[in-house]
Design a protein around this ligand. Structure first.
Ligand code: CA
Length: 436
């Protein structure tokens, strides 16, 4: 059961991996799953402080048995899909065993050799992503963007009834750190009569959460809202890079296409549904007058526990800031409480037609903006479509991203009485369209 708390969430639990104690992202209460490369070998791992526990070595060590051993083996390959397919049971068994191993001082030598310094490893995508879908659940983002086009009527009539989404591009999802090439595309500048083909001039980021799918469902068999949480393997941070000028010209009538298919960056660690349990909270009540979700999207437990206490931040660092030794500057701070739909509602809706989700599929929430400027989740909103310039500590200004700019998304989960956890880095830097 994914909502359940156990000894792995104990706030007094400490690890003999010293860097884990007090670690902002990866204390022993987190234990996220990922795939890393060390010495050219790709395999599954678990983050603990500034180290990575090697699941291949662990599976072969003789320290595990039963379900935990099978789970480690399923997570020891080039992708975590086999482990994700097993659902919560194997994940939880593995988590409990690893938590015990990493907190037992007497096992420091028996387990220590299976650790790799994260700084010496390359993080890869945690799963082979068969399909990627991006939603639009950030109601303040939808309102802000709608206002740019329809000042008096920003939200379309369907918004509060149906979770809006589109099928995105899985092949261009990349792990944090991968460079992002400015896309070329067809766009129509306001001062031109005809479209041109050129590098995007209005390149933007979108602050989102990503949801990794666990077991999946058979084609033709929708996931009931009461069981939808069982499909969530875990969360990550997601940056849906967006070329606003290409988007504006191409999006009607079928929605985003090349404006968003050139790159999507994710944080490479899956913060598991088990690690998330303490940070579940009630879905924010809908404002008076808003429609109730249709019955296939409404579940009492989901409404009581289906939201997550995540704080989200975006930082930007320009080439000049890097040269001058200036730290990345925070340009927004918000939270996931502004999601109009829960992750479970997205899963129930996605499959309501009979569409099958598969292990390792990725869902994006859509841009998560706060109601106020200091928490807007894209430059499109911060600069009001490029009308206002954003000032940076280097004296530079931005409307949209320039070559050399790096965007970092950070996220943190906190709850009273528990040790806070984070996602690790979700960063990408822009390089010019003409370069490779
Ligand atoms: Ca998006």
């Amino acid at each position: 059961m994914t909502f359940e708390l156990d000894e792995t969430h104990d706030p007094t639990l400490r690890s003999w991996v010293e860097s884990a104690n007090g670690h902002a992202d990866f204390p022993i209460q987190n234990l996220p799953l990922g795939v890393f490369s060390a010495g050219g070998v790709k395999r599954g791992g678990v983050a603990i402080g500034d180290q990575i526990l090697d699941l291949l070595a662990l599976a072969e060590s003789g320290l595990l048995d039963g379900e935990a051993h099978d789970a480690a083996l399923a997570g020891s390959g080039h992708s975590l899909n086999p482990l994700l397919a097993g659902g919560s049971g194997p994940r939880r068994a593995l988590r409990r065993r690893i938590s015990a191993l990493l907190s037992d001082n007497s096992l420091r030598e028996a387990v220590g050799w299976m650790l790799h310094p994260a700084a010496d490893c390359q993080m890869l995508l945690p799963a082979r992503i068969g399909d990627y879908t991006d939603f639009y659940v950030g109601i303040h983002h939808a309102t802000n963007v709608g206002k740019l086009f329809r000042p008096d009527n920003p939200l379309l009539p369907n918004y509060k009834h149906v979770p809006i989404g589109y099928h995105g591009r899985a092949s261009s999802v990349v792990a944090s750190g991968a460079p992002i090439r400015r896309p070329l595309g067809q766009l129509k500048a306001p001062d031109r009569d005809q479209p041109t083909f050129e590098p995007s001039r209005r390149l933007d980021y979108e602050l989102e959460l990503g949801a990794w799918i666990g077991p999946g469902n058979a084609l033709g068999e929708p996931v009931d809202i009461s069981r939808a949480a069982d499909q969530l393997a875990g969360l990550c941070l997601l940056n849906d890079w967006s070329a606003r000028d290409i988007q504006a010209w191409e999006y009607q009538p079928l929605g985003p296409f090349l404006a968003k298919n050139f790159a999507t960056t994710v944080s490479p660690w899956i913060v598991t549904a088990e690690a998330l349990a303490p940070f579940r909270q009630a879905q924010a009540p809908r404002p008076p007058g808003d429609p109730s979700p249709l019955p296939y999207l409404l579940d009492a437990q989901d409404q009581a526990k289906g939201a997550f206490a995540v704080t989200l931040e975006v930082f930007i660092e320009t080439e000049r800031m890097r040269q001058e030794g200036l730290a990345p500057t925070r340009i927004s701070r918000g939270s996931a409480q502004h999601m109009y739909w829960t992750i479970a509602q997205l899963i129930a809706h996605h499959t309501a037609s009979g569409c099958n989700l598969r292990p390792g599929d990725l869902l994006g929430t859509g841009t998560l903006s706060a109601p106020t400027l200091d928490g807007f989740g894209s430059l499109l909103e911060i600069t009001q479509g490029g009308a206002n310039r954003l000032s940076l500590p280097s004296g530079e200004t931005r409307t949209f991203l320039e070559d050399g700019d790096a965007v970092t998304i950070a996220g943190r989960l906190e709850a009273q009485g528990f040790v806070g956890i984070g996602f690790g880095a979700c960063v990408g830097a822009i390089f010019p369209a003409g370069q490779s």
